[in-house]
Design a protein around this ligand. Structure first.
Ligand code: ARG
Ligand code: ZN
Length: 885
């Protein structure tokens, strides 16, 4: 337990370390409650540090057995030791050795940081600051060391012993029932990339030969008996390795690459050098237990962690403020990988949906922060959608601005120049400025200003003069600590189409013309608060298609007429904007309907919109794309669009009514789509087959929304006969959303079939936690008593409590405040078990200020209740205080 008050860390205070650690030799004797860690460090003063400075090693909750300096005891006046620090007052000013032994209890480690047990296995999580829970160290990413790790364990407890790098030795210790393995990682790395695993694990193995001929042994380790469920992950790994060679010219650099799946994990996965540790949710998949979305996520996370080997490990971060240097870039890389493996258009839509639903609300509320923050109280709270998803958008935008060729030249320069170092965002951007021969100072503001810019466009066509005038305006609301913003550099990819869909050639003219370069690229660069662009020789009134492919992470105010939106839905060559036009139309309808519902009337919907959906549905093209078009914006998306005085019940009512209207209006068509897509083919997780299932299930869902008496029997039939988890969970989700006896029967049957599959039971919890009915809170509370639930397991906690708080808008935001009180109580209870997960749950309050006044008051009271408790973890304290700030 920390007793000191945590102090904020500031980027401006960065100084190089006064000491460096060149080599680390660890000898770790695994024991369930008393693991011994002997650490031999080769240190030297850093030429860039302060000469003669004390040596201060970080610790967290450690128990030291002994400390030796150059093999000898240290005079007690020169050594200060607490559970959180080891301080040498006057260290030698030449290279020296320090030997430290600590004893730690992995079983008592419920925070899942450092060395802990998951099931019967031992595993580690060191990012961001977990290594200091194993031994005293300079726990900062700019201290790079070569590690040799000896792991010893009882053979019956841990047959498998894995570490970073290559295994150089192993053997048994006669007469003790114990054995050991020694791993050596030749690549200098920061301690957050350290990992070890010990346990009784099943495994699958394969090989990958790199293009320069290195033969790499691949292994995936899972709970015994689950080996066959790791084959898709192995396939994704091999495809990732080949892709990174082909697209980024990056080869793997060790003889071994291992992945271990564990069931207790705070985040998604971790890129430890040569030994990735994963939340098993992102490894295990079989058609009977995993949905198509699960498969796609496994592919993406496997790729993400693998890609970190270059963007994160070979080049790491100088300090944690630079987190987006590795995360934003690596998310960008995994997005590109998925786009190449699947449908690029559909991936882009899905990625933008995620950005808007996760990152935009963060940017619009009290937790808004820069992609490159400049201060933090608890770094774990900055593994956010802003750092990851917006960070990825900034890379994509950079590529739009400088073009593909300069982008890849810049990447190559970055790899060549910074390999083996801990770098900064400034150094990264400098590579692209050099490659593109362009000043990127204004572009860099994206890293230093939080908030989502808003772009308004006025378009005017002059038939006489045959000119089109576009007037752009940008603005950005204040965010915490940033009252005013400088204009962002916003690339707006665009095109003009005629009302029949024919593209219109672009000709600039007059003093307000776009540059030749902008026209050639089809990108207007908005660099000032206002900009006017005039196009000449435009023969007919065009429909502008703006922000194609979502070329910048902004909100685009859309004043296009409904007729223009319909033109875009039908004809735009940019499929992202075809989808966007349909979403914009739907959003407009829904926002109007929310007002109608609030005034106590019944909303009516525009026939033209439903007709447009029909025309999309009738196209036989890409089913995955059609599924995206007919899926309406979510309740949280609408709340974000409304922005203030939000009433979640009215939003729910409006959305439900539109779904019903579509279901009724397109009744025969939805049924026909559903029936036509029935497949007898054997299961394949590929994007085409998944797309057909997505459309089929989206059609059934809308059909049921409008015609429950005919639809629910179909859903029940699908539920009972489904051979894939995708179809089964889609049907169960429909049955669960409709109150009635079928709901409870189906839920019970599902549990009985899948009781032994934790990841499937997570889905069962999610479905129940998200029922939009007043009885749900009581259901959630009673499910907490279920034998399958535990607050100690992050996946379970996220599935029940997290899904209720973030996926159930009406019940979490219940008008009586009961949802808020519930969450506050859980956060306080969980804080003493796992503060990181507790803080994440608390962030569900991030949009509280946009609610109507009564709910605002209740949410604020719940947040204050949390903030007022003494002895809070820095994690929860930070979120509570910033949310209220
Ligand atoms: N670097 C990991 C990733 O690939 C995330 C690990 C974060 N863990 C943590 N405890 N903050 O995204
Ligand atoms: Zn990452």
């Amino acid at each position: 337990m920390r007793t000191d008050i945590p102090q904020p860390v500031r980027l401006a205070d960065y100084r190089p370390s006064d000491y460096l650690i060149d080599r680390v030799e660890l000898d770790i004797k695994l024991h369930a409650t008393a693991t011994r860690v002997q650490s031999k460090l080769s240190l030297r003063p850093n030429p860039k540090g302060v000469p003669g400075a004390p040596l201060i090693l970080d610790g967290d909750d450690l128990k030291a057995k002994y400390v030796l300096l150059n093999g000898a005891q240290i005079d007690s006046s020169g050594l200060f030791l607490t559970p959180d620090q080891l301080r040498l007052e006057t260290p030698p000013q030449e290279p020296f050795h320090l030997e430290i032994e600590t004893e730690i209890d992995p079983t008592a480690n419920t925070r899942l940081m450092g060395l802990y047990r998951s099931g019967t296995a031992y595993c580690t999580q060191c990012e961001a600051e977990g290594f200091r829970r194993i031994t005293y160290f300079l726990d900062r990413p700019d201290v790079l060391s070569v590690y040799t790790t000896r792991i010893e364990a009882d053979f019956r407890e841990a047959q498998v012993l894995l570490g970073n790098g290559n295994r150089i030795e192993s053997g048994t210790i006669e007469g003790t029932g114990r054995h050991f393995a020694i791993w050596h990682d030749p690549f200098p790395k920061p301690c957050y990339l350290f990992a070890l695993v010990g346990g009784i694990l099943g495994s699958i193995h394969d090989r990958f030969v790199t293009r320069s001929g290195r033969d790499v042994a691949l292994g995936i380790y899972v709970e015994p008996g689950k080996e066959t469920s790791a084959t898709y992950a192995m396939d994704a790994l091999k495809r990732s390795m080949a892709w990174d060679e082909e697209v980024f010219g990056r080869e793997y650099d060790l003889d071994v690459f291992n992945i271990v799946a564990v069931s207790d994990f705070n985040m998604g996965a971790m890129e430890n050098k040569g030994l990735n540790v994963f939340n098993d949710k992102y490894v295990l998949a079989s058609p009977a237990t995993a949905t198509d979305t699960d498969y796609a996520q496994i592919e993406a996370v496997i790729a993400h962690e693998y890609f970190h080997n270059w963007t994160g490990n070979r080049i790491t971060c100088r300090d944690w403020f630079q987190l987006c240097l590795k995360e934003g870039l690596t998310v960008y890389r995994d997005h590109e990988f998925s786009a190449d493996m699947r449908s690029r258009a559909v991936r882009r839509i899905a990625d933008v949906r995620t950005l808007r639903s996760q990152q935009f609300p963060e940017d619009a509320g009290p937790l808004a922060h820069n992609v490159r923050p400049d201060t933090y109280l608890e770094i774990n709270n900055f593994y956010t959608a802003t750092v990851y998803e917006k960070g990825a958008e900034l890379i994509r935008m950079l590529k739009v601005l400088i073009g593909d060729e300069a982008f890849h030249k810049g990447m190559d320069l970055y790899f060549a120049r910074h390999d083996g170092t801990a770098a900064t965002i400034e150094e990264f951007i400098a590579c692209f400025a050099e490659a593109a021969k362009r000043d990127l100072t204004q572009f860099s503001l994206w890293y230093h200003q939080s908030g989502t810019p808003h772009v308004e466009v006025e378009s005017a066509y002059d038939k006489q003069a045959q000119t089109l005038t576009l007037d752009f305006t940008q603005s950005c609301k204040p965010t915490p600590g940033q009252d005013t913003k400088q204009p962002f550099l916003i690339p707006i990819a665009f095109g003009l189409i005629a009302s029949d869909g024919a593209p219109i050639a672009l000709q600039a003219g007059g003093s307000d013309q776009a540059s030749e370069d902008e026209l050639a690229r089809g990108v207007i660069e908005l660099a000032t608060t206002r900009r006017r662009v005039v196009f000449q020789s435009v023969p007919t009134r065009p429909v502008p298609s703006l922000l194609r492919g979502f070329s910048a992470p902004v909100r685009l105010g859309n004043s296009s007429s409904e007729a223009d939106l319909l033109t875009l839905v039908a004809h735009d060559t940019d499929s992202f904007n075809r989808w966007q036009a349909a979403q914009t139309y739907a959003t407009r309808q829904l926002l109007h309907a929310v007002e109608v519902v609030r005034s106590g009337r019944k909303p009516i919907y525009d026939e033209a919109f439903i007709d447009a959906l029909l025309r999309v549905l009738e196209q036989s093209s890409d089913p995955a794309f059609i599924a995206q078009v007919i899926t309406l914006p979510g309740e949280a998306d609408l709340a974000r669009e409304i922005g203030e005085n939000v009433d979640p019940d009215a939003i729910h009512g409006a959305r439900k009514a539109l779904r019903q209207a579509i279901g009724e209006g397109l009744k025969p068509n939805l049924l026909q789509t559903y029936q036509a897509l029935t497949s007898k083919d054997p299961y394949s997780p590929d994007a085409t087959a998944a797309g057909r299932r997505a459309l089929r299930n989206a059609a059934l869902d809308l059909f049921c929304a409008g015609n429950p008496e005919e639809g629910l029997p179909l859903a029940l039939q699908q539920f009972e006969s489904a051979t894939t988890m995708t179809d089964k969970i889609a049907a169960l989700s429909i049955l669960t959303a409709h109150a009635g006896p079928e709901r409870e029967k189906a839920l019970e049957a599902f549990y009985a079939t899948h009781a032994s599959e934790a990841l499937v039971i997570d889905k069962w919890f999610i479905l129940q936690a998200t029922i939009p009915e007043p009885e749900t809170l009581a259901r959630v509370k009673s499910l907490m008593q279920h034998a399958a639930f535990s607050l100690h397991n992050p996946n379970r906690t996220r599935s029940l409590i997290g899904a209720f708080a973030t996926g159930n808008q009406t019940q979490f935001n219940a008008a009586d405040g009961s949802g808020y009180d519930f969450l506050a109580g859980i956060v306080l209870e969980l804080d003493s078990i796992n503060p990181q997960v507790a803080a994440r749950l608390l962030a569900a309050f991030r949009s509280w200020r946009s609610l109507e006044t009564k709910r605002q008051g209740l949410a604020e009271a719940a947040l204050r209740r949390v903030a007022s408790v003494s002895g809070l973890s820095p994690d929860v304290k930070d979120i509570a205080e910033r949310s209220l700030g």
